[in-house]
Design a protein around this ligand. Structure first.
Ligand code: F42
Length: 144
């Protein structure tokens, strides 16, 4: 069951531009970061109840996805992290395909495995973790 409701785009210029391009073209393949693929995550705003769309790096393995709340190694989690913790029902668009998932924050061995996959997909994640004391959270997505 897709997420219903009005959505609002990021106030962050370059992110907004990429999100708009994905929405205009209908595919996440219309954008990339340093040549690396991107997915589009939709979450439910924890206060506004609005749908929030955020592009994230594509971290996929055998049809399963993870999302990494890196925010470039900032000291605080991105706002969408709190949305997902409050309501784990998210949508993920990869290419032209959008599906519903339940997001679960992972830790320990499972997180170590997905973290490696994340760094393989986007090596900058390792630099981001280096530059902050914040442990960058990872969620695994399970199709609903
Ligand atoms: C700027 C802020 O965004 P954020 O949720 O903190 O997310 C920050 C970033 O993670 C987000 O911009 C990502 O898209 C950046 N980003 C990546 N960010 C990552 O963390 N990881 C990635 O892998 C990643 C890749 C990526 C690739 C392409 C690209 O264009 C952007 C990429 C935002 O949208 N704020 C809104 C509010 C959003 C929101 O959810 N509000 C809540 C209330 C929140 C509250 O006040 O408690 C609500 O609606 O209820 C605002 O200020 O109006």
């Amino acid at each position: 069951m897709p997420l219903e409701g009005e959505y609002e785009l990021s106030p962050e210029g370059w992110v907004r531009d990429q999100t708009e391009k994905i929405l205009e073209t209908g595919t996440t393949e219309s954008v990339d970061i340093k040549g690396r693929p991107v997915i589009l995550l939709t979450t439910r705003g924890v206060k506004s109840g609005k749908l929030r769309k955020v592009p994230l790096m594509r971290v996929e393995h055998d049809g399963e996805y993870a999302i990494v709340a890196s925010l470039g190694g900032a000291p605080k989690h991105p706002v969408w992290y709190h949305n997902v913790k409050a309501d784990p029902h998210v949508e993920l668009q990869d290419g032209t395909v959008t599906k519903d998932y339940d997001a679960q924050e992972i830790t320990g061995e499972e997180k170590a495995i997905w973290w490696e996959r994340g760094v393989a997909a986007f090596p900058d994640y390792a630099d981001y973790q280096e530059k902050t004391d914040r442990e960058i959270p990872v969620f695994k997505l399970t199709e609903r």
